[in-house]
Each structure stands twice: as C-alpha cells, then as structure tokens.
Design a protein around this ligand. Structure first.
Ligand SMILES: NC(=O)C1=CN([C@@H]2O[C@H](COP(=O)(O)OP(=O)(O)OC[C@H]3O[C@@H](n4cnc5c(N)ncnc54)[C@H](O)[C@@H]3O)[C@@H](O)[C@H]2O)C=CC1
Ligand SMILES: O=C(CO)COP(=O)(O)O
Length: 312
C-alpha cells in the first residue's frame, strides 16, 4: 500500500490463492489486513515468476520462514535488484539476523532494512507514520526512501542496517515482557522499568553486533519499543498480557494465523546473548517462560532478586 501510494506499480506474491483473489477482486486483504482498502492498481499473484521484472523487492515474510520462502525463488531474482527487509526477527535455526541470512542466500543483492513504529493497519490507512530506512550504501538508501516515502509515510534514511534490525527484533521480546507484567497487574512503574532496561539490553546486543547507539535511540529502536510495549493492538504485547493473565501459551496460539515474532526471537536472541556473553536478563526470562515452562511468578521474583548494579 505504501509503495503504491508513492506512485509505484505494485505486485504482491502470496502463497494463498484466497488472499490473491481478495486483493485482485475486492481490493482488500480480508484475511490478514481486514478493513484497509487497497489501491485497485495493486495486483496479487500466486506465481513467483511475476516478480521477475521487479525493480525492487520488499521482503515481508515472517522471519522464521523467510529463508524457506526465498530459497526456491532465488533463480528468479536478478542479483542487482535491491531487497528491502521488513521482517523483524532473528532466525532460530542459525542465530543469524535476517541480513546475515540473506547474505548467505542472495549475497549479491543490495539490502536495506525498513523498520520503525508501524502497525500495519495504520500504515495501510495512510495515517502519519515515521520510519527508518537503513542501507549501507547511502546513495541507494536515499533513492529507496524517495521511492517509498510519501506525505504520511515519512522515511528517515540511515546507513546502519544492523542497528535497525536489532531494534526491530528485540523490541518484540520486551513487548511480551511488558504484556506479562500488565497481565499480572504489576503497575505502570514496572512497565516503564522494563522498557528502559529492555532498551539497555537492545543497545548492548546492538553494539556487540556493530550497530550504532543512535540508531537504537531512534525510530527503529526506542520508537518501535515504545509503540509495541504500550499498545494493546501489538500482537507481542497481547500474547504477553494473555500469559500474564493466566492463559496457557498453547491455548492462546490455537487457531491464530498471525505472527508474534517475539515468541521465536526470544529463543534466538537469548542464544545470541549467551554466545556473545551479553547480560540480557529480560530476554532470557521471556525465553524461559515461553520455551522452558518457567513459572511466571518465580521468574519475576528471580529478576527482582538480582544483585544491585550500576545503571550504565
Ligand atoms: N503487522 C505489523 O504491524 C507489522 C509487521 N512487521 C513484520 O512483518 C513480518 C510479517 O508480519 P505480518 O505481515 O504482520 O504477518 P501476519 O501476522 O499478518 O501474517 C502472517 C504471515 O505469515 C505467513 N506465513 C505463515 N506461515 C508461513 C510459512 N510457513 N511460510 C511462509 N509464510 C508463512 C502467512 O501467509 C501470512 O502472510 C513480521 O516479521 C512482522 O514482525 C513489521 C512491522 C509491522
Ligand atoms: O512491529 C510492529 C509495529 O512496529 C508490530 O508489532 P506486533 O507484531 O507486536 O503487532
């Protein structure tokens, strides 16, 4: 919708024929983005061959599936075509950032990361939104920002894709923590503490991976963290809130077709922190609760019982 709004000719490749049919005939993605009228010029297709002549590819598949979606269509992708990564997560199977995984699968294609506080439904309704577009090649980054930006979709360019990626991936884990604390009714102070200490974990991991601190203080870091940790429409926050309110994870996930990336990324981020020897107690705690059946109250008690330490 953003690309079409900025005057581009847009095709969406989907594996789901119903989605393709809805977009082409109703101009709405009723299954995943109900209530957003799409520009009638947007075409959808189930045939990846239709992407062959694209000038630019936006990668919007959830992070744990991006490798398996992109690998079979590799021969269709011209190595000069820039890729704009929109997924927010760290691959569980490899511990790689999406940019690192793409470097393995499509090493020649230039890559940019588009991230920031962007609930999809608000973006699709053309409500005012600001984002980071990060590309190591500054000139290409500016060009992509011009191609995709519009009055309501304000793009700030950056040359720190790793920072933009880390901010987007880790904030989802912290948002689950905030949801849990709100579900347990532990108060606004506790949520503010989690956001701030969560940002500290994001910054430490980011710096270790070569990111710049200012990126993590910007839209793709602090901006997205604030949004996701405080808004009930966040899938990650909502998952945490359900768990904090006593619901079982398996029951909550039953029948859900949308993604809460923090579920998978809690595991990969925690493993990455261990590997890089970074102290990330909140992410580790969320990994324990989601993947190792840790008791929520005991986990909170353990976090609070940690020895006092210097803030920075
Ligand atoms: N929805 C939002 O507000 C925003 C989402 N993102 C990111 O965009 C990425 C995609 O999220 P959404 O568009 O929200 O997805 P969604 O939650 O609306 O839908 C899930 C998508 O995953 C696909 N999918 C599920 N299993 C799959 C598999 N095995 N192989 C391939 N595809 C599979 C489904 O077809 C569907 O398109 C995520 O990384 C998310 O963090 C980023 C910014 C905002
Ligand atoms: O990344 C997002 C907003 O920037 C979407 O957050 P949720 O996946 O938690 O809904």
């Amino acid at each position: 919708a953003v690309a079409a709004n900025a005057g581009n000719s847009v095709a969406i490749w989907s594996r789901n024929p119903q989605v393709v049919d809805d977009i082409n005939n109703q101009h709405e993605n009723a299954l995943y983005l109900k209530g957003a009228a799409l520009d009638p010029t947007i075409r959808a297709t189930t045939d990846a061959k239709d992407l062959e002549n694209a000038d630019l590819l936006l990668l919007v598949t959830p992070s744990q599936h991006l490798r398996s979606v992109i690998t079979p269509i590799k021969p269709l992708i011209d190595p000069d075509v820039p890729l704009v990564l929109c997924a927010k997560g760290v691959e569980i199977s490899s511990g790689l950032l999406m940019s690192e995984m793409l470097e393995e699968v499509l090493p020649k294609n230039p890559l940019a990361v588009l991230s920031g506080p962007t609930f999809a439904i608000e973006v699709a309704r053309d409500l005012p939104t600001a984002v980071t577009l990060a590309c190591a090649d500054a000139a290409l980054g500016r060009k992509l920002a011009n191609t995709l930006g519009s009055r309501a979709f304000r793009i700030y360019h950056s040359t720190d894709p790793v920072g933009a990626e880390i901010g987007g991936a880790v904030k989802n884990v912290i948002a689950i923590a905030c949801g849990i604390v709100d579900g347990r009714q532990l108060g606004d102070n506790a949520r503010a503490a989690l956001i701030t200490r969560g940002l500290s974990e994001i910054v430490q991991l980011g710096i270790a991976k070569g990111a710049r601190r200012e990126t993590l203080m910007g839209l793709a870091g602090m901006g997205d963290l604030t949004l996701t940790c405080t808004a009930t429409q966040s899938r990650n926050y909502a998952l945490g809130k359900a768990l904090g309110s006593g619901e079982k994870l398996a029951d909550y996930l039953k029948g859900r077709i949308t993604v809460a990336e923090g579920l998978g990324s809690s595991k990969s981020v925690s493993a990455l922190a261990r590997k890089l020897q970074i102290d990330m107690p909140i992410c580790n705690a969320i990994c324990d609760v989601l993947h190792h059946q840790a008791d929520i109250d005991q986990t909170i008690a353990d976090l609070l019982a940690r020895p006092q330490k210097a803030e920075f």
